[in-house]
Design a protein around this ligand. Sequence first.
Ligand SMILES: [Zn+2]
Length: 126
Amino acid sequence: MHEVSIAVAICDEVTRRAASAKANRILNVRIRAGELTAIVNDALAFAWEVVTEGTIAGGSHLKIERIPVRIECARCGVQPPVALDRLECRKCGSPAAEIVRGRELEVIDMEVEHDAADTGRSAVHT
Ligand SMILES: [Zn+2]
């Protein structure tokens, strides 16, 4: 289950960002995950719950945006999204010269909370 190591990596990154933004709680995290990462949403959501427990991201909600796979054909250019098991050009059928989308795995943004003395919620964008 590679979702656990992904959850650990995301947790590391968002807690580091929250620390530099002087936030003391993370409420929501949005990530972008390409289909090629083969992440199972439910498994990642569960791993997130386990991994973030006891951290400032504990109890936060992880929203996953899936990015479909796009390929580029050397002859025909970039294609509309293709199925994972058919990484070939839709026009000429040649194998994908390059995969241009679908490998992404990144934090889009997150919502954090500051001290009660502060104004409360704020969003950290990247
Ligand atoms: Zn082609």
